[in-house]
Write a protein of this length. Sequence first.
Length: 278
Amino acid sequence: MSTITKTRRPIKWGKILSYAVLIIFAIIYAGPLLMLINTSLKTLPEFMKSATSPVTSFNFENFVDAWQKANFPRYLTNTVIYTVSATLVYIVTAIFLAFPVSRGYIKGAKIILSLFIIALFLPPALIPQFQLMLRLGLYNNPIGYILLFTINPIGFTILVNYIKTIPIELDEAAALDGCGYFRYVTMILFPLIRPAVATVAVLHAIGIWNELILPTIYLTNQDYYPITRGMIVFQGVYGSNWPTLAAAVLIMTLPMLLIFLLMQRYIISGLTAGAVKG
């Protein structure tokens, strides 16, 4: 009579450790968001009684109060205009500059790329930037504020590295067929680099949406305030009403969070493919 011996599978400690680390990071990042949601659904007396206890009755009036009292329609409109305009201008200029730099079609392409990479590690030159805005008459001007976001070395570097993964023979074949530069970039290259463009666009838009320092410095007219600057005004008036303040923060955060969740597939593919070649 033969006996069947069962072999135990070895415990994969590395996999267990990876899941443990992921759970810890999920708690660290999701914990404050869940607390924010929990606070936004409480009444003020309920919050003052116990700030950390789970909500018992959902109070959505905080979102209505925050929308009305914080002048969100105005601030949100300004933010959407700033974000969309600056992102579109940046994406168009970055693509048309990244293509010749990645291919080496212009003199000093490596130097240009090196300067953009060096700029990643430099602090923002706020004082020269401020003086330039004053001399150009763009201080406290929405157009000037939009122009501040037309340069981003991170997005440019991602596009350059992504374009390098596309065979250069495609450029030569298009040139032999009489395809012009503008038509090639818009009709052939752009569909191929769409994941990288989506990545850069979302990251750039999130940066503009969450920017607080620049509107504080360059926008003094309250009619021009983006939503982050408007939150400071709202906090100064209703800072003691934590549930309404939490609801206002959620209103400010949700648009970019939804866009990121919808576009995360393109963001991951754009970042991973762009990292293949340097």
